[in-house]
Design a protein around this ligand. Structure first.
Ligand code: ADP
Ligand code: MG
Length: 954
C-alpha cells in the first residue's frame, strides 16, 4: 500500500472524475449512483442499515455528526483518523469529527466538501465526495451486481493481509489497478474480459491466439481506461517480479496497443478540455463584460443617488430655512398678537371705563329726562283730562244740538218729502196730461199736416191754375192793351209811316245802292283775290307737277346711275381679287419706290433720372436730316449732318413711329418678306422701340406688338377672300450660336440654320413654332421668351445687350377661290449693342462676345450695303445673323432699320459711328440717281391707287 506513488490518486481522480462524462453514457444517472453508494456504505458498515432509496435529508441525518464518515474512512484505511472516538452527541465533537474527516480527505489528496455542505443545502457535493472515496478505495464494489462476487472484494478489503499473495490481487489493491476487471466483464462481455479473469495465471500465459484476437477486435474501444491501466500495470508488475524483465512479444504488442488506446483517449480528453476551457473563457469574458456593465450602472446609479441626495439636501436646507423663516414670522406674529392683545386690553379697559362713565352720565340724564317726561306727561294728562272733559261737555252739547237739529231736520225733511210727493204727483199728472196733450197735438198735427198737405197741394194747384188764369188774363189784358196801343200806334204810325216810308224808302234806296256798291266792290276784290289765288294755285300745282316730273326723272336717272354703279360694283366685286392683286402689286411698287431698304433714325429722350444736359443732336429736319455735334472733335468732325428716310425727335410717340412702319405690315400679308431691325448702342432705346418698356401700356407698345396687331387686323378684314395662319418663332443669337427662346422642354440645344433656297421656308426649322390667333397669344409668348432669355444669362440686361433677339412671324395665306397660297415672314430684330469695345480693356468671355458682335454687325452692314449697291454677290454666309435673316434681306424683301441714338454728349462718338453705319446701309446716295422718274411714277401710281381706293368705297 505504501509503495503506491503519492501522485497516483491524483491521476486516478482525474480519470475518474471525467470517466462518467467521457467514457460512460450519461444515462448512468445520479439516482443509480446514489443507490450504489448507499449499498457500498451498507457494505462497509453493515450496522449502518441505510435505506437504499434514502433521500437527501435521511442521508444528512446519518452523516451529519461526522462519525459515520470517520468510521468509513477508518474502515477503508485503518488509522487514518487516529483520535476518532465513539460517536458523540455534542455539537462540538460532531463538528470535530467532520473536520477530522475532511482533513483526512485532504491528506489523501481527494476532493472534499465544506462542513457547511453537510449541515444544509444539496447533499450532492457530499455524495460526490463519498463517490470519489468509493472509487478511490473500492472502485469495483459500486459496479458489482452479481451477488456471487459481492463478498470477494469486501473480503479483500476487510482483511487485506490475510488473502493469498497473488499478483493479481495486489494489482487490484493498487489504486491504479483498482480499475475493475469485473467491470470489464460486466460491460464488455467478449474475449477481452478473459484477460482479467486470470486470477491464478499471468499475462505471459495468455495464449497468443487470444491476444491477437483481442488486438484485432475493437474491444479495447469499449474497455474502461482504469482496466486498461490495470492491464498495463499488471504486465509491468509481472515483468518486474520475474526479474529477468522479459516480456513476450505478443504481450508487448498488447501493451503497446493498450498504451496507444490510453494515449488516444488522453488526447481526446485534452482536446475536449481545451474546447471547454475556451468555452469557459468566453463565458468568463461575457460575465466580466456584464460585470463591467453592472459596475457602470452601479456607478451611474450611485452618482444619481449622490445627485438626488445633494438635491434633497439642498431642498432640505431650503425647507429648513423656510421653516426657520416661518418660525421667525410666527414669533413676530406672536409678538404682534401679544401687542395687539395688550392694546385690546387697554382699549377694552378704556372702553369699559368710558362706558361706565358714560353709563352713569346717561343714567342721570335719563333720570332727569324721565322725570321731565313724567312731569310733562302728568301735565299733559291733566290737560288731556281737562280737554277730555271739555270735549265731553262740548260733545254733549253738540249731541243735544244735533238731536234738536236732527228733530228739526226730520220735520223739515218730512215736510219736504210730502211737498216733493205732491210736487211729484203734480208733475206726473202734468206729465201725463202733457203727454196726452202731446199725443193729441201730435195726432192733430199729423192730421193737420196731412190736411195741410192735401190742402196745400190743392191750393197750390188752385193757385197755379189761378196764376195761370191770372197770367193768361194778364197776357190777355196786355194783349188787349197792346192791341189798343198798337191800334193807337198804328194810327199814329200810319201817318209817320207814310211819311217816313217815303224817307226811308229814299234812304233805303240810297243805302241800298251804297251797300250794293260796296258789296259789289267787295265782291269784286274778293273775286279778284280768288282769281289771283287760283292762278297761284294753278301755278303752284304746275310747278309741283314739274317738280314731281323732275324728281321722277331724277329718280329714274338715279336709278339708272345706281344700276350702272351696282353693275360697276358687281363688276368690281367680280374683279375684286384681281384688283386686290393689282393693289398689292401697286402697294409693293410704291414701297419699292420708297426703297426696299429704309433707315429711320430715332433719338431717345433724356431719361427722367438724367440731368437735362446739352444734346448731341443739334437739328432734326422735316425730310430726314439730322445734325449731330461732337464736342470732343475739332473742325469738320465736330459737327456732322446725315440724311435718312425719316428722323424721329425725342418727343415722337410709339404710335407715330409705327405709323411709318405700318405699310410694311400690309406687305407681309401680300406675301413679301419684311425685316425690321433696331440698331444702336446699349441704352439707346432699341428694345423700347421694338418691344416697349417693361410692363408697357397699350400706348407704349413697341413695333412688335403693333405689327402683330396689324397682321391680325388686316387678316381679319380679308377673311372673305383669304385665310391666314400666323405663327411665331423666337430665337437668340449669342456668340454665333442660335438658341430657341420658346422651347418648352427648357433644353438649350444649338439650332441649325437652313440655307434658304426656298424664299419662304423656315430659316431655323428646329426652333419651336407656335401658332397665334390674337395679340394676347403673342404677348404671352414674348414674355415667356424674355423669361427664357433671362434664365440663360446671369443678368438679363447684360445678356440682352450682348445678343441679337429675333422674333420671326410666319404668315400663310390661302386664297378661298383660287386656292393659291401666299407665304411670307416678318423678322423683328433687337440687335446687340453696337458700341465698340476697346480690345485692350476686355479679355476672356467679354472679348469673345465683343468679337462675335462686331463680326455679326459688320456682316449685317456688308449684306445690306451689297443689297443697296445691287451687288451680284451678297455675303450672307459671314454670320449666323445674316443667315437667319437671309430670306428677309434682299430680293423682293423689305428691310427697315431703326437707328437709335442716345442724345447724351458722352455718347457722341458712339452716336456718330452709329450714324455712319446707318448712312452706309441706307443707300440714300444711290436712291438719288433714280429719283425724278421714280417720283413721277410714284405720283401716277398714287393717283391710280387713290382712284382704286375710291372705287372700292363706292
Ligand atoms: P437698348 O435696348 O438699346 O439697350 P432700352 O430700350 O433698354 O435700350 O432703353 C434704355 C432706357 O431708355 C430704358 O429705360 C427705356 O425705357 C428708355 N427709353 C428708350 N427710348 C425711350 C423713348 N423713346 N421714350 C422714353 N424712354 C425711352
Ligand atoms: Mg435692349
Amino acid at each position: 500500500m505504501d509503495s503506491v506513488p503519492k501522485d497516483y490518486p491524483r491521476i486516478n481522480r482525474a480519470t475518474v472524475s471525467t470517466n462518467g462524462d467521457v467514457f460512460e453514457p450519461s444515462s448512468s444517472n445520479n439516482a443509480k449512483q446514489r443507490v450504489t453508494l448507499v449499498e457500498w456504505l451498507n457494505c462497509v458498515l453493515p450496522d449502518l442499515n441505510l435505506p437504499i432509496n434514502a433521500a437527501d435529508e435521511e442521508l444528512r441525518a446519518f452523516l451529519v455528526d461526522g462519525s459515520v464518515l470517520c468510521r468509513v474512512l477508518n474502515k477503508l484505511k485503518p488509522g487514518s483518523i487516529s483520535e476518532f472516538g465513539a460517536p458523540v452527541s455534542s455539537s462540538q465533537s460532531r463538528s470535530e469529527n467532520v473536520e477530522r474527516f475532511l482533513s483526512a480527505m485532504d491528506k489523501l489528496g481527494l476532493p472534499r466538501f465544506q462542513a457547511a455542505d453537510l449541515e444544509k443545502g444539496s447533499m450532492k457535493i457530499v455524495l460526490d465526495c463519498l463517490l470519489t472515496l468509493q472509487t478511490h478505495f473500492l472502485p469495483n464494489l459500486g459496479r458489482y451486481n452479481a451477488s456471487s462476487q459481492r463478498d470477494e472484494p469486501f473480503r479483500m478489503l476487510t482483511s487485506p493481509t490475510s488473502t493469498s499473495d497473488s499478483k493479481f490481487q495486489r494489482v487490484l489493491r493498487s489504486p491504479i489497478r483498482a480499475e475493475p476487471s469485473a467491470a470489464l466483464i460486466n460491460h464488455v462481455g467478449h474475449k477481452f474480459h478473459e484477460v482479467f479473469q486470470l486470477k491464478q495465471g499471468s499475462y505471459t500465459d495468455i495464449p497468443a491466439a487470444k491476444i491477437s484476437e483481442m488486438m484485432k477486435s475493437n474491444s479495447l474501444d469499449n474497455a474502461p481506461t482504469q482496466s486498461l491501466l490495470c492491464v498495463v500495470n499488471g504486465i509491468l508488475d509481472e515483468s518486474i517480479e520475474r526479474k529477468n524483465g522479459e516480456i513476450p512479444h505478443r504481450v508487448a504488442c498488447l501493451l503497446r496497443k493498450v498504451a496507444q488506446e490510453i494515449e488516444r483517449r488522453i488526447s481526446t480528453q485534452a482536446e475536449h478540455l481545451r474546447t471547454q476551457n475556451n468555452l469557459f473563457k468566453a463565458r468568463e469574458e461575457k460575465y466580466q463584460s456584464r460585470i463591467r456593465v453592472l459596475e457602470v450602472l452601479a456607478a451611474g446609479t450611485s452618482e444619481e443617488i449622490q445627485c438626488e441626495k445633494n438635491s434633497i439636501e439642498v431642498k432640505k436646507k431650503i425647507e429648513e430655512q423656510y421653516v426657520e423663516r416661518l418660525m421667525k414670522e410666527k414669533e413676530s406674529y406672536n409678538q404682534e398678537i401679544a401687542n395687539l392683545k395688550e392694546e385690546l386690553e387697554i382699549a377694552r379697559r378704556k372702553h369699559e371705563k368710558d362706558y361706565s362713565q358714560g353709563a352713569t352720565d346717561l343714567k342721570q340724564e335719563l333720570e332727569v329726562v324721565t322725570r321731565k317726561y313724567e312731569e310733562q306727561s302728568r301735565d299733559l294728562k291733566q290737560e288731556l283730562e281737562v280737554a277730555r272733559r271739555k270735549y265731553e261737555e262740548q260733545s254733549r252739547d253738540l249731541k243735544q244740538e244735533l238731536e234738536v237739529v236732527k228733530g228739526k231736520h226730520e220735520d223739515q225733511s218730512r215736510d219736504l218729502k210730502q211737498e216733493l210727493e205732491v210736487a211729484k204727483r203734480k208733475h206726473e199728472d202734468q206729465c201725463t196730461n202733457l203727454k196726452q196733450e202731446l199725443e193729441v197735438a201730435k195726432r192733430k198735427y199729423e192730421e193737420q199736416s196731412l190736411l195741410w198737405k192735401s190742402e196745400a197741394t190743392g191750393s197750390q194747384q188752385e193757385l197755379e191754375n189761378r196764376l195761370k188764369e191770372a197770367v193768361s188774363q194778364l197776357t190777355e189784358s196786355r194783349n188787349k192793351v197792346k192791341e189798343l196801343e198798337n191800334k193807337l200806334k198804328e194810327a199814329v204810325s200810319h201817318l209817320t209811316e207814310s211819311m217816313n216810308k217815303v224817307k226811308e224808302l229814299e234812304a233805303f234806296s240810297e243805302s241800298k245802292s251804297q251797300s250794293w256798291n260796296k258789296k259789289e266792290r267787295v265782291y269784286y276784290t274778293f273775286t279778284e283775290a280768288q282769281l289771283g289765288a287760283l292762278r297761284e294755285l294753278r301755278f303752284a300745282s304746275e310747278s309741283i307737277r314739274q317738280e314731281i316730273a323732275g324728281t321722277q326723272k331724277s329718280y329714274s336717272e338715279d336709278f339708272s346711275i345706281l344700276g350702272t354703279r351696282i353693275k360697276a360694283m358687281d363688276e368690281a366685286a367680280k374683279n375684286y381679287h384681281s384688283l386686290l392683286a393689282e393693289n398689292r402689286k401697286m402697294h409693293n411698287e410704291l414701297q419699292e419706290l420708297k426703297g426696299n431698304i429704309r433707315v429711320y433714325c430715332r433719338v431717345r429722350p433724356f431719361l427722367p433720372g438724367q440731368k437735362q444736359k446739352q444734346s448731341t443732336v443739334e437739328y432734326i429736319g422735316e425730310n430726314g436730316e439730322i445734325v449731330v455735334s461732337n464736342p470732343s472733335k475739332q473742325g469738320k468732325e465736330a459737327r456732322r449732318s446725315f440724311k435718312f428716310n425719316k428722323v424721329y425727335s425725342p418727343t415722337a410717340t410709339q404710335a407715330e413711329v409705327f405709323a411709318d412702319t405700318q405699310p410694311l405690315i400690309q406687305s407681309v400679308l401680300d406675301g413679301y418678306n419684311v425685316c425690321i431691325l433696331a440698331y444702336g448702342q446699349t441704352g439707346s432705346g432699341k428694345t423700347y422701340t421694338m418691344t416697349g418698356p417693361d410692363g408697357a401700356t397699350e400706348a407704349e407698345w413697341g413695333v412688335n406688338y403693333r405689327a402683330l396687331n396689324d397682321l391680325f387686323r388686316i387678316s381679319q378684314s380679308r377673311k372673305n377672300s383669304y385665310t391666314y395662319e400666323i405663327s411665331v418663332q423666337m430665337v437668340e443669337i449669342y456668340n454665333e450660336q442660335v438658341r430657341d427662346l420658346l422651347s418648352n422642354d427648357g433644353t438649350q440645344k444649338r439650332l441649325g440654320i437652313l440655307a434658304t433656297t426656298q424664299p419662304n421656308g423656315l430659316a431655323v426649322p428646329d426652333a419651336s413654332i407656335h401658332p397665334v390667333s390674337k395679340t394676347s397669344d403673342v404677348l404671352d409668348l414674348m414674355s415667356s421668351g424674355l423669361k427664357n432669355r433671362a434664365r440663360g444669362a446671369t443678368a438679363l440686361n447684360e445678356r440682352s445687350s450682348r445678343s441679337h433677339s429675333v422674333v420671326s412671324i410666319h404668315a400663310r395665306g390661302t386664297d378661298l377661290k383660287g386656292n393659291s397660297t401666299i407665304r411670307s415672314s416678318l423678322h423683328l430684330v433687337d440687335l446687340a449693342g453696337s458700341e465698340r469695345v476697346d480690345r485692350s480693356e476686355v479679355t476672356g468671355d467679354r472679348l469673345k462676345e465683343a468679337q462675335h458682335i462686331n463680326k455679326s454687325l459688320s456682316a449685317l452692314g456688308d449684306v445690306i450695303f451689297a443689297l443697296a449697291q445691287k451687288s451680284a454677290h451678297v455675303p450672307y454666309r459671314n454670320s449666323k445673323l445674316t443667315q437667319v435673316l437671309q430670306s428677309s434681306l434682299g430680293g423682293q424683301a423689305k428691310t427697315l432699320m431703326f437707328v437709335q441714338l442716345n442724345p447724351d454728349i458722352g455718347s457722341a462718338t458712339e452716336s456718330i459711328s452709329t450714324l455712319k453705319f446707318a448712312e452706309r446701309v441706307s443707300g440714300v446716295e444711290l436712291g438719288a440717281a433714280k429719283s425724278s422718274k421714280d417720283v413721277r411714277d410714284v405720283r401716277d401710281l398714287m393717283e391710280q391707287a387713290s382712284i382704286l381706293v375710291s372705287m372700292y368705297h363706292l
